[in-house]
Design a protein. Structure first.
Length: 140
């Protein structure tokens, strides 16, 4: 199949999605490390009924997964694997309202990361991926 200008533009658009999504996952992890600290994140997890020790693997998964997405190393699979992590985060913040600036943080940021991660899973790796995965082709 010969590439068309449209498919090239689509690949570059998906690349922008992949890079920005990877940066956001990394930023979300680093927030836990540098702003809240990992022990503080563990305390927050416990305050919402999640075992505190999970703060450490969640931080690692977000950081390493974000880097994999950023560089395009099985970005589709990694974005799908990270989706439940942020779905749990969204569920924790639902009671706080929509805006993330609300007391206790809202749910719009985690939900956006879930949707963007699912969009990348559906769209593919984009251009400049280090380790491309197969494109998802839904069957009807």
């Amino acid at each position: 199949m010969n590439p068309t200008p449209h498919s090239n533009a689509t690949d570059h658009g998906v690349t922008l999605l992949r890079i920005s999504l990877g940066v956001m996952w990394i930023a979300h992890a680093l927030l836990k490390l540098f702003v809240f600290t990992l022990p503080g994140t563990a305390q927050f997890f416990e305050s919402v009924g999640i075992p505190g020790f999970l703060a450490y693997p969640v931080f690692s998964v977000e950081l390493l997964g974000g880097a994999a997405i950023l560089f395009g190393v099985y970005a589709r699979q990694v974005s799908l694997a990270l989706t439940p992590v942020m779905a749990v985060a969204a569920s924790v913040h639902f009671a706080n309202g929509w805006l993330f600036t609300n007391k206790g943080g809202g749910w719009e940021y985690p939900v956006f990361l879930v949707v963007a991660s699912l969009a990348l899973w559906l769209a593919g790796d984009g251009a400049l991926a280090l380790r491309r995965s197969q494109r998802f082709v839904p069957t009807v």
